[in-house]
Design a protein around this ligand. Sequence first.
Ligand code: GLA
Length: 389
Amino acid sequence: MKETLTTKFIELFGDADNTEFFFSPGRVNLIGEHTDYNGGHVFPCALTLGTYALARKRSDKKMHFYSLNLTNFGVVEASLDDLTNKKEYGWANYPLGIVWAFKERGVELETGFDMVIWGNIPNGSGLSSSASLEVLTGLVLTNLFDIHTFNMIDLALIGQQSENNFNGCNCGIMDQFAVAMGKKDHAIFLDTSDLSFEYAPVVLDDAKIIITNSKVKHSLVDSKYNDRRQECADALAALQTKLDIKTLGDLDLDTFEANVELIDDPVKVRRARHAVAENQRTIEAVKALKEGNISHFGELMNQSHISLRDDYEVSCDEIDILVDLAWAIPGVVGSRITGGGFGGCTVSIVKTDAVDTFIETVGAKYLEKVGHEAEFYTVDIGNGACKLD
Ligand code: GLA
């Protein structure tokens, strides 16, 4: 990969002297969906799929961004004197947002830089190609400019800040945290209320994690995501009129149900019920995994899907078809939608000897029902973002 990036870098910028090389993964969340902005727990892991960058400091105030995936944008040029989101920058608003967020935190770049990227995370698939690019840019900047102020968790927070305030999606911290802090063969059990976390080995013995990409992304994803977030905030405010809680993650399901009449809107009740129940499921799922009880982990994944489909309403027909097809196959331990929703991917745990049947059957029936092919990836859990040689 370095060779391809280097060739392009030379073609665009004359030579590749003093360039540095970086990688940042995508992520898949095993369980704990839409809990991260509700003070709950999540359980994501970093993928070996990700985004690579070759970058170098400049001596003027220009920044140049080029993506080998989105060549139609050509070289996007921006200036340190104008750190604003512009439609024509397209994908480059993500790296630019990081430069902006550094400045917001008091770290202003004196010169610009050139950056060529390539990635193999399918775009818009819910595997966090944008968080990958954000954390990647943070790492590029701290290395190129010798900035020691930020650690990897700061880079995750900076990624979230720029996504929230520069790119307009009010996301939680899960994606950037998983991308920055991932660890090979482990998932991250993260408590989003205080960012305390623990690495849990993902030992599945005779099973594999399979991601299935529906290859659909429904429109208005960001605004629907922001709506869900607001509905949860409203439900929390209603509960706080009586309960001494900071987030929905502070509640167990019994206390929630005992106080549900405080929330006057049935839609908000369902949204909050999901947030509370999903947090409890995540805690239980990690315990099950530690005890080697994979089948219980799988059951909780299935419950998570039902809750996301019916109470949180972030699934869609194509994803429900994938999950229903998966559930019908012997050897599937659990299957659910993963990520923000409204399309994207499912994550399934499948017994190793059933993987071929799973891919063939789900693949054929999905094509028949939906009219286009799904894509399957066997998950290798990788490390977080890093500088490469
Ligand atoms: C998106 C967001 C995350 C998280 C998930 C849902 O991926 O970026 O912060 O809220 O959706 O779990």
